[in-house]
Design a binder for this molecule. Structure first.
Ligand SMILES: [Zn+2]
Length: 162
């Protein structure tokens, strides 16, 4: 088989990750926008489908509500800025332990911020149904299908099925 090349700004994505035996075959690869590929890796880190499902469920709890996400990003952004300010202002006065606490908080918050943004890049403006179509059609191991069972407006059960 000839090696598939992606056009500029695009990447080849292995739906079943190579490190879990995913092959470079027509049905296992997708051509994806590079920014989206990066976002996918920030959120799902090249993990196998059952981990994607577990993580998706966690993210959905946080990011499932668009206006809440906007609020969340704002809050996290403010808290990162606040901690940065404290850090700059007081770094000569603070104890080692206190500095380390701030650094840990900063890194946790930055990671949350990165994930919120990544979620936005991939799924902003899409309904849950559209998100699942996208994940199933482009991103996850083609042997799996992420399905949602909506029992109430706010109660969404997500699982992966063969
Ligand atoms: Zn990939």
């Amino acid at each position: 088989m000839r090696r598939k090349k992606s056009p500029p700004g695009f990447n080849i994505h292995h739906r079943k990750p190579r490190r879990f035996g995913g092959q470079t075959t027509e049905e296992n690869i997708s051509v994806v926008r590079r920014v989206e590929h990066k976002a996918w890796n920030i959120l799902f880190d090249n993990l196998p489908a059952h981990d994607v499902v577990r993580l998706f469920r966690e993210y959905w709890e946080i990011f499932g509500n668009e206006s809440r996400v906007t609020h969340e990003i704002r809050q996290i952004g403010l808290s990162v800025l606040g901690e940065m300010e404290n850090f700059q202002k007081y770094k000569d006065l603070l104890s080692e332990a206190e500095l380390n606490r701030i650094k840990r908080t900063l890194s946790t918050e930055r990671s949350k911020l990165r994930k919120s943004r990544a979620w936005g890049v991939l799924f902003s403006g899409l309904s849950l149904e559209q998100i699942l179509v996208k994940i199933n059609g482009v991103w996850i191991d083609p042997d799996y299908k992420l399905v949602a069972e909506v029992t109430q407006a706010t109660n969404v059960k997500l699982e992966a099925r063969f």
